[in-house]
Design a protein around this ligand. Sequence first.
Ligand code: NAD
Ligand code: DAU
Length: 356
Amino acid sequence: MKILVTGGAGFIGSALVRYLISDTDCEVINVDKLTYAGNLDSLKSVEDSHRYQFELADICDRPAMDLLFARHRPNAVMHLAAESHVDRSIDGPGDFIQTNLVGTYASLEAARTYWCSLNNSDRAAFRFLHVSTDEVYGDLAGCNDLFREDTPYDPSSPYAATKAGSDHLVRAWGRTFELPVLVTNCSNNYGPYQFPEKLIPHMILNALQGKPLPLYGDGTQIRDWLYVDDHARALYQVLQLGQVGETYNIGGINEKKNIDVVKTICAILDEFVVDKPSGIETFVDLITFVKDRPGHDERYAIDAAKIDAELGWRPVENFTSGVRKTIAWYLENQPWWQRVVDGSYRLERLGKGSQD
Ligand code: NAD
Ligand code: DAU
Protein backbone atom coordinates (compact mmCIF):
# COMPACT_ATOMS: atom_id res chain seq x y z
CA MET A 1 0.00 0.00 0.00
CA LYS A 2 1.25 3.49 -0.86
CA ILE A 3 0.07 6.10 1.64
CA LEU A 4 0.21 9.86 1.19
CA VAL A 5 0.61 11.25 4.72
CA THR A 6 0.04 15.00 5.17
CA GLY A 7 1.82 16.63 8.11
CA GLY A 8 4.27 13.77 8.49
CA ALA A 9 7.01 16.04 9.85
CA GLY A 10 4.92 17.00 12.88
CA PHE A 11 4.66 15.26 16.23
CA ILE A 12 1.99 12.63 15.50
CA GLY A 13 2.71 12.53 11.76
CA SER A 14 6.37 11.65 12.33
CA ALA A 15 5.40 8.93 14.85
CA LEU A 16 2.98 7.56 12.24
CA VAL A 17 5.61 7.64 9.47
CA ARG A 18 8.17 5.91 11.69
CA TYR A 19 5.56 3.27 12.57
CA LEU A 20 4.53 2.70 8.93
CA ILE A 21 8.15 2.26 7.85
CA SER A 22 9.26 0.09 10.78
CA ASP A 23 6.15 -2.04 11.39
CA THR A 24 4.45 -2.36 7.97
CA ASP A 25 5.41 -2.83 4.31
CA CYS A 26 3.71 0.41 3.26
CA GLU A 27 5.33 3.05 1.10
CA VAL A 28 4.99 6.56 2.54
CA ILE A 29 4.87 9.91 0.75
CA ASN A 30 5.20 12.59 3.42
CA VAL A 31 3.68 15.89 2.26
CA ASP A 32 4.55 18.71 4.62
CA LYS A 33 5.01 22.47 4.39
CA LEU A 34 7.51 22.48 7.28
CA THR A 35 5.92 25.21 9.36
CA TYR A 36 7.51 25.88 12.76
CA ALA A 37 5.94 22.54 13.87
CA GLY A 38 7.51 20.47 11.09
CA ASN A 39 10.89 18.99 11.93
CA LEU A 40 12.81 16.69 9.61
CA ASP A 41 15.11 15.76 12.51
CA SER A 42 12.22 13.61 13.76
CA LEU A 43 12.43 11.49 10.61
CA LYS A 44 16.15 10.69 10.60
CA SER A 45 15.46 7.01 11.31
CA VAL A 46 13.40 6.60 8.12
CA GLU A 47 14.89 9.11 5.70
CA ASP A 48 17.09 6.52 3.96
CA SER A 49 14.33 3.94 3.56
CA HIS A 50 13.47 3.17 -0.08
CA ARG A 51 9.81 3.13 1.06
CA TYR A 52 9.90 6.75 2.27
CA GLN A 53 9.80 10.02 0.29
CA PHE A 54 9.44 13.61 1.47
CA GLU A 55 7.56 16.25 -0.54
CA LEU A 56 7.74 19.88 0.55
CA ALA A 57 4.28 21.30 -0.22
CA ASP A 58 1.45 23.35 1.24
CA ILE A 59 -1.81 21.38 1.36
CA CYS A 60 -3.65 24.63 0.49
CA ASP A 61 -1.85 24.66 -2.89
CA ARG A 62 -4.30 22.75 -5.07
CA PRO A 63 -2.11 22.52 -8.22
CA ALA A 64 0.76 21.19 -6.07
CA MET A 65 -1.54 18.63 -4.45
CA ASP A 66 -2.87 17.55 -7.87
CA LEU A 67 0.68 17.01 -9.08
CA LEU A 68 1.56 14.95 -6.01
CA PHE A 69 -1.45 12.66 -6.48
CA ALA A 70 -0.63 12.25 -10.19
CA ARG A 71 3.06 11.58 -9.53
CA HIS A 72 2.71 9.15 -6.62
CA ARG A 73 -0.68 7.51 -7.27
CA PRO A 74 -1.36 6.63 -3.59
CA ASN A 75 -3.87 4.01 -2.40
CA ALA A 76 -4.73 6.09 0.65
CA VAL A 77 -4.38 9.48 2.31
CA MET A 78 -3.77 9.94 6.03
CA HIS A 79 -4.48 13.62 6.60
CA LEU A 80 -2.74 15.06 9.65
CA ALA A 81 -1.42 18.43 8.40
CA ALA A 82 -2.92 21.15 10.56
CA GLU A 83 -2.20 24.06 12.81
CA SER A 84 -2.56 22.27 16.14
CA HIS A 85 -1.86 24.55 19.11
CA VAL A 86 -4.84 26.11 20.91
CA ASP A 87 -2.86 29.06 22.36
CA ARG A 88 -1.60 30.02 18.88
CA SER A 89 -5.17 29.87 17.55
CA ILE A 90 -6.18 32.43 20.17
CA ASP A 91 -3.24 34.73 19.32
CA GLY A 92 -3.81 34.43 15.54
CA PRO A 93 -6.61 32.31 14.06
CA GLY A 94 -5.78 33.10 10.40
CA ASP A 95 -3.35 30.23 9.76
CA PHE A 96 -5.85 27.84 11.37
CA ILE A 97 -8.63 28.91 8.99
CA GLN A 98 -6.24 28.59 6.09
CA THR A 99 -4.63 25.20 6.76
CA ASN A 100 -7.33 23.39 8.72
CA LEU A 101 -10.26 24.47 6.55
CA VAL A 102 -8.94 25.63 3.16
CA GLY A 103 -6.13 23.05 3.26
CA THR A 104 -8.53 20.22 4.05
CA TYR A 105 -10.81 21.39 1.24
CA ALA A 106 -7.89 21.48 -1.25
CA SER A 107 -6.72 18.03 -0.10
CA LEU A 108 -10.22 16.60 -0.46
CA GLU A 109 -10.64 18.04 -3.95
CA ALA A 110 -7.24 16.84 -5.10
CA ALA A 111 -7.99 13.40 -3.66
CA ARG A 112 -11.43 13.34 -5.29
CA THR A 113 -10.13 14.32 -8.73
CA TYR A 114 -7.49 11.61 -8.54
CA TRP A 115 -9.95 9.05 -7.11
CA CYS A 116 -12.38 9.70 -10.00
CA SER A 117 -9.60 8.79 -12.45
CA LEU A 118 -9.06 5.34 -10.90
CA ASN A 119 -10.48 2.06 -12.16
CA ASN A 120 -13.36 0.49 -10.23
CA SER A 121 -11.33 -1.77 -7.97
CA ASP A 122 -8.79 0.95 -7.10
CA ARG A 123 -11.64 3.38 -6.42
CA ALA A 124 -13.25 0.89 -4.07
CA ALA A 125 -10.00 0.26 -2.20
CA PHE A 126 -9.02 3.95 -1.87
CA ARG A 127 -9.34 5.63 1.57
CA PHE A 128 -9.11 9.20 2.87
CA LEU A 129 -8.50 9.08 6.63
CA HIS A 130 -8.96 12.44 8.37
CA VAL A 131 -7.19 12.76 11.72
CA SER A 132 -9.09 14.99 14.11
CA THR A 133 -9.41 15.84 17.76
CA ASP A 134 -11.73 15.35 20.73
CA GLU A 135 -11.78 19.16 21.12
CA VAL A 136 -14.55 19.33 18.48
CA TYR A 137 -16.97 18.04 21.14
CA GLY A 138 -16.36 20.97 23.50
CA ASP A 139 -16.21 20.90 27.28
CA LEU A 140 -17.28 18.12 29.69
CA ALA A 141 -17.09 20.45 32.71
CA GLY A 142 -18.96 19.33 35.83
CA CYS A 143 -20.22 15.93 34.65
CA ASN A 144 -19.02 12.36 34.27
CA ASP A 145 -19.96 12.02 30.60
CA LEU A 146 -17.55 10.75 27.96
CA PHE A 147 -17.24 11.86 24.33
CA ARG A 148 -18.89 9.31 22.06
CA GLU A 149 -18.89 9.31 18.27
CA ASP A 150 -22.43 10.76 18.31
CA THR A 151 -21.71 13.52 20.87
CA PRO A 152 -22.84 16.84 19.31
CA TYR A 153 -20.11 19.22 18.18
CA ASP A 154 -19.55 22.27 20.41
CA PRO A 155 -16.01 23.60 19.81
CA SER A 156 -14.63 26.32 22.09
CA SER A 157 -11.37 27.61 20.58
CA PRO A 158 -10.58 28.80 17.05
CA TYR A 159 -8.43 25.66 16.70
CA ALA A 160 -11.29 23.37 17.72
CA ALA A 161 -13.77 25.24 15.50
CA THR A 162 -11.56 24.83 12.43
CA LYS A 163 -11.03 21.14 13.18
CA ALA A 164 -14.81 20.75 13.58
CA GLY A 165 -15.30 22.46 10.21
CA SER A 166 -12.73 20.19 8.59
CA ASP A 167 -14.53 17.11 9.98
CA HIS A 168 -17.79 18.35 8.43
CA LEU A 169 -16.07 18.91 5.07
CA VAL A 170 -14.65 15.38 5.07
CA ARG A 171 -18.01 13.83 5.94
CA ALA A 172 -19.72 15.95 3.26
CA TRP A 173 -17.24 14.72 0.64
CA GLY A 174 -18.07 11.19 1.74
CA ARG A 175 -21.81 11.64 1.65
CA THR A 176 -22.10 13.82 -1.45
CA PHE A 177 -19.28 12.56 -3.66
CA GLU A 178 -18.95 9.06 -2.16
CA LEU A 179 -15.24 9.59 -1.51
CA PRO A 180 -14.35 6.69 0.85
CA VAL A 181 -13.63 8.70 3.99
CA LEU A 182 -12.88 7.77 7.60
CA VAL A 183 -12.65 10.18 10.55
CA THR A 184 -10.83 9.73 13.85
CA ASN A 185 -11.18 12.00 16.90
CA CYS A 186 -8.40 11.58 19.41
CA SER A 187 -7.53 12.87 22.87
CA ASN A 188 -4.28 14.59 24.00
CA ASN A 189 -1.14 12.87 22.74
CA TYR A 190 2.26 12.89 24.39
CA GLY A 191 5.59 11.17 23.81
CA PRO A 192 8.97 11.65 22.08
CA TYR A 193 9.52 14.40 19.48
CA GLN A 194 6.65 16.63 20.67
CA PHE A 195 7.20 20.35 20.05
CA PRO A 196 7.81 22.02 23.43
CA GLU A 197 4.85 24.39 23.26
CA LYS A 198 2.55 21.56 24.44
CA LEU A 199 2.04 20.89 28.15
CA ILE A 200 4.21 17.83 28.80
CA PRO A 201 7.38 18.71 26.83
CA HIS A 202 7.00 22.36 27.88
CA MET A 203 7.15 21.31 31.53
CA ILE A 204 10.01 18.83 31.05
CA LEU A 205 12.22 21.31 29.21
CA ASN A 206 11.42 24.26 31.47
CA ALA A 207 12.24 22.14 34.52
CA LEU A 208 15.56 20.99 33.05
CA GLN A 209 16.44 24.64 32.43
CA GLY A 210 15.33 25.72 35.93
CA LYS A 211 12.51 27.85 34.53
CA PRO A 212 8.99 28.27 36.05
CA LEU A 213 6.36 25.60 35.24
CA PRO A 214 3.31 27.70 34.28
CA LEU A 215 -0.06 26.11 35.08
CA TYR A 216 -3.04 27.93 33.59
CA GLY A 217 -5.72 28.97 36.13
CA ASP A 218 -5.88 26.59 39.08
CA GLY A 219 -4.46 23.63 37.13
CA THR A 220 -7.51 21.43 37.75
CA GLN A 221 -8.44 21.03 34.06
CA ILE A 222 -8.59 17.41 32.93
CA ARG A 223 -7.21 15.84 29.76
CA ASP A 224 -7.26 12.19 28.59
CA TRP A 225 -3.61 11.38 27.77
CA LEU A 226 -2.62 8.94 25.02
CA TYR A 227 0.93 7.81 24.21
CA VAL A 228 1.63 8.82 20.62
CA ASP A 229 2.71 5.37 19.40
CA ASP A 230 -0.67 3.99 20.50
CA HIS A 231 -2.30 6.67 18.34
CA ALA A 232 -0.15 5.79 15.31
CA ARG A 233 -1.14 2.13 15.66
CA ALA A 234 -4.82 3.06 16.00
CA LEU A 235 -4.70 5.17 12.82
CA TYR A 236 -3.25 2.32 10.77
CA GLN A 237 -5.83 -0.06 12.20
CA VAL A 238 -8.66 2.32 11.26
CA LEU A 239 -7.21 2.72 7.77
CA GLN A 240 -7.08 -1.03 7.27
CA LEU A 241 -10.21 -2.20 9.05
CA GLY A 242 -12.47 0.85 9.53
CA GLN A 243 -15.88 0.99 7.86
CA VAL A 244 -16.06 3.66 5.17
CA GLY A 245 -18.00 6.71 6.37
CA GLU A 246 -17.51 5.86 10.04
CA THR A 247 -15.96 7.86 12.86
CA TYR A 248 -13.73 6.30 15.54
CA ASN A 249 -12.91 7.99 18.84
CA ILE A 250 -9.41 7.24 20.12
CA GLY A 251 -8.49 7.87 23.75
CA GLY A 252 -5.98 6.97 26.40
CA ILE A 253 -8.40 5.98 29.18
CA ASN A 254 -6.06 8.16 31.25
CA GLU A 255 -7.93 11.16 32.66
CA LYS A 256 -5.57 13.38 34.64
CA LYS A 257 -5.70 16.88 36.12
CA ASN A 258 -2.98 19.16 34.72
CA ILE A 259 -1.62 19.76 38.21
CA ASP A 260 -1.24 16.01 38.74
CA VAL A 261 0.45 15.59 35.36
CA VAL A 262 2.98 18.27 36.26
CA LYS A 263 3.57 16.88 39.76
CA THR A 264 4.19 13.43 38.24
CA ILE A 265 6.71 14.93 35.81
CA CYS A 266 8.45 16.71 38.71
CA ALA A 267 8.65 13.53 40.79
CA ILE A 268 10.15 11.53 37.92
CA LEU A 269 12.62 14.32 37.15
CA ASP A 270 13.60 14.45 40.85
CA GLU A 271 14.41 10.74 40.56
CA PHE A 272 16.21 10.90 37.16
CA VAL A 273 18.15 14.18 37.36
CA VAL A 274 21.11 14.06 39.72
CA ASP A 275 22.56 17.49 38.87
CA LYS A 276 19.56 19.77 39.29
CA PRO A 277 19.74 23.40 38.11
CA SER A 278 21.32 25.52 40.83
CA GLY A 279 19.12 26.44 43.78
CA ILE A 280 16.54 23.71 43.05
CA GLU A 281 15.95 20.92 45.56
CA THR A 282 12.76 19.55 44.04
CA PHE A 283 11.24 20.48 40.67
CA VAL A 284 7.78 20.92 42.25
CA ASP A 285 9.03 24.24 43.63
CA LEU A 286 9.06 25.56 40.03
CA ILE A 287 5.27 25.22 39.64
CA THR A 288 3.69 28.65 39.09
CA PHE A 289 -0.01 29.42 38.59
CA VAL A 290 -0.55 31.89 35.75
CA LYS A 291 -3.47 33.64 34.02
CA ASP A 292 -5.92 31.14 32.53
CA ARG A 293 -6.30 30.44 28.79
CA PRO A 294 -9.37 32.30 27.41
CA GLY A 295 -12.27 29.89 26.79
CA HIS A 296 -10.30 27.10 28.48
CA ASP A 297 -12.15 23.76 28.36
CA GLU A 298 -12.29 22.12 31.79
CA ARG A 299 -12.43 18.47 30.89
CA TYR A 300 -12.07 16.12 27.91
CA ALA A 301 -12.59 12.36 28.12
CA ILE A 302 -13.04 9.82 25.34
CA ASP A 303 -15.24 6.75 25.23
CA ALA A 304 -13.03 4.46 23.12
CA ALA A 305 -15.42 1.48 23.26
CA LYS A 306 -16.27 1.52 19.55
CA ILE A 307 -12.72 1.17 18.22
CA ASP A 308 -12.06 -1.50 20.84
CA ALA A 309 -15.19 -3.52 20.04
CA GLU A 310 -15.12 -3.14 16.26
CA LEU A 311 -11.41 -2.98 15.43
CA GLY A 312 -9.78 -4.54 18.49
CA TRP A 313 -7.65 -1.48 19.34
CA ARG A 314 -6.85 -0.35 22.86
CA PRO A 315 -3.88 1.58 24.26
CA VAL A 316 -0.98 -0.49 25.56
CA GLU A 317 0.84 2.30 27.39
CA ASN A 318 -0.42 3.53 30.75
CA PHE A 319 0.28 7.09 31.87
CA THR A 320 3.02 6.30 34.40
CA SER A 321 5.00 4.09 32.02
CA GLY A 322 4.40 6.47 29.10
CA VAL A 323 5.54 9.57 30.99
CA ARG A 324 8.63 7.80 32.31
CA LYS A 325 9.52 6.75 28.75
CA THR A 326 8.87 10.26 27.49
CA ILE A 327 11.03 11.93 30.14
CA ALA A 328 13.81 9.40 29.56
CA TRP A 329 13.62 10.17 25.82
CA TYR A 330 13.98 13.94 26.38
CA LEU A 331 16.90 13.34 28.74
CA GLU A 332 18.64 11.09 26.20
CA ASN A 333 17.87 13.25 23.17
CA GLN A 334 19.03 16.70 24.17
CA PRO A 335 20.45 17.39 20.65
CA TRP A 336 16.92 17.03 19.20
CA TRP A 337 15.29 19.50 21.57
CA GLN A 338 18.31 21.80 21.77
CA ARG A 339 17.96 22.39 18.00
CA VAL A 340 14.27 23.20 18.55
CA VAL A 341 14.99 25.53 21.45
CA ASP A 342 17.79 27.41 19.61
CA GLY A 343 15.88 27.42 16.30
CA SER A 344 18.58 25.63 14.28
CA TYR A 345 16.14 22.86 13.24
CA ARG A 346 14.60 25.48 10.96
CA LEU A 347 17.75 25.89 8.88
CA GLU A 348 17.07 22.53 7.23
CA ARG A 349 13.63 23.79 6.30
CA LEU A 350 14.97 27.03 4.83
CA GLY A 351 17.48 24.98 2.85
CA LYS A 352 14.54 23.11 1.34
CA GLY A 353 12.85 26.34 0.28
CA SER A 354 9.81 26.48 2.56
CA GLN A 355 7.73 29.63 2.14
CA ASP A 356 7.01 29.90 5.89
P1 NAD B 1 1.92 19.34 14.79
O1 NAD B 1 1.58 20.78 14.94
O2 NAD B 1 3.01 18.76 15.61
O3 NAD B 1 2.29 19.03 13.26
C1 NAD B 1 1.56 19.54 12.18
C2 NAD B 1 2.34 19.25 10.91
O4 NAD B 1 1.57 19.76 9.80
C3 NAD B 1 3.71 19.93 10.84
O5 NAD B 1 4.68 19.05 10.34
C4 NAD B 1 3.48 21.09 9.89
O6 NAD B 1 4.64 21.48 9.18
C5 NAD B 1 2.42 20.51 8.96
N1 NAD B 1 1.62 21.55 8.30
C6 NAD B 1 0.99 22.60 8.90
N2 NAD B 1 0.38 23.35 7.97
C7 NAD B 1 0.60 22.74 6.77
C8 NAD B 1 0.21 23.03 5.44
N3 NAD B 1 -0.53 24.11 5.13
N4 NAD B 1 0.60 22.20 4.46
C9 NAD B 1 1.36 21.10 4.73
N5 NAD B 1 1.77 20.80 5.98
C10 NAD B 1 1.40 21.60 6.98
O7 NAD B 1 0.56 18.56 15.01
P2 NAD B 1 0.31 17.17 15.75
O8 NAD B 1 0.22 17.41 17.21
O9 NAD B 1 1.25 16.17 15.22
O10 NAD B 1 -1.16 16.85 15.22
C11 NAD B 1 -1.35 16.19 13.97
C12 NAD B 1 -2.84 16.10 13.69
O11 NAD B 1 -3.48 15.38 14.73
C13 NAD B 1 -3.54 17.45 13.61
O12 NAD B 1 -4.50 17.38 12.58
C14 NAD B 1 -4.20 17.59 14.96
O13 NAD B 1 -5.36 18.40 14.87
C15 NAD B 1 -4.54 16.16 15.28
N6 NAD B 1 -4.59 15.83 16.73
C16 NAD B 1 -3.55 16.18 17.55
C17 NAD B 1 -3.59 15.80 18.89
C18 NAD B 1 -2.47 16.14 19.85
O14 NAD B 1 -2.60 15.90 21.05
N7 NAD B 1 -1.35 16.68 19.40
C19 NAD B 1 -4.68 15.06 19.37
C20 NAD B 1 -5.71 14.74 18.50
C21 NAD B 1 -5.64 15.10 17.17
O1 DAU C 1 -7.43 17.07 23.03
C1 DAU C 1 -6.65 16.96 21.87
C2 DAU C 1 -5.85 18.23 21.68
O2 DAU C 1 -4.82 18.22 22.66
C3 DAU C 1 -5.25 18.36 20.28
O3 DAU C 1 -6.28 18.43 19.35
C4 DAU C 1 -4.36 19.59 20.18
O4 DAU C 1 -3.74 19.65 18.92
C5 DAU C 1 -3.31 19.52 21.26
O5 DAU C 1 -2.53 20.71 21.25
C6 DAU C 1 -3.95 19.33 22.63
O6 DAU C 1 -4.67 20.52 23.02
P1 DAU C 1 -4.59 21.09 24.51
O7 DAU C 1 -4.92 22.52 24.49
O8 DAU C 1 -5.35 20.22 25.45
O9 DAU C 1 -3.03 20.84 24.79
P2 DAU C 1 -1.92 21.72 25.54
O10 DAU C 1 -0.72 20.85 25.66
O11 DAU C 1 -1.75 23.06 24.94
O12 DAU C 1 -2.54 21.91 26.98
C7 DAU C 1 -2.92 20.82 27.79
C8 DAU C 1 -3.54 21.37 29.05
O13 DAU C 1 -2.51 22.02 29.82
C9 DAU C 1 -4.58 22.44 28.82
O14 DAU C 1 -5.58 22.33 29.82
C10 DAU C 1 -3.83 23.75 28.97
C11 DAU C 1 -2.80 23.42 30.02
N1 DAU C 1 -1.51 24.12 29.91
C12 DAU C 1 -0.85 24.09 28.73
C13 DAU C 1 0.38 24.72 28.62
C14 DAU C 1 1.12 24.70 27.29
C15 DAU C 1 -0.98 24.75 31.04
O15 DAU C 1 -1.58 24.75 32.13
N2 DAU C 1 0.24 25.37 30.93
C16 DAU C 1 0.93 25.37 29.75
O16 DAU C 1 2.04 25.97 29.70
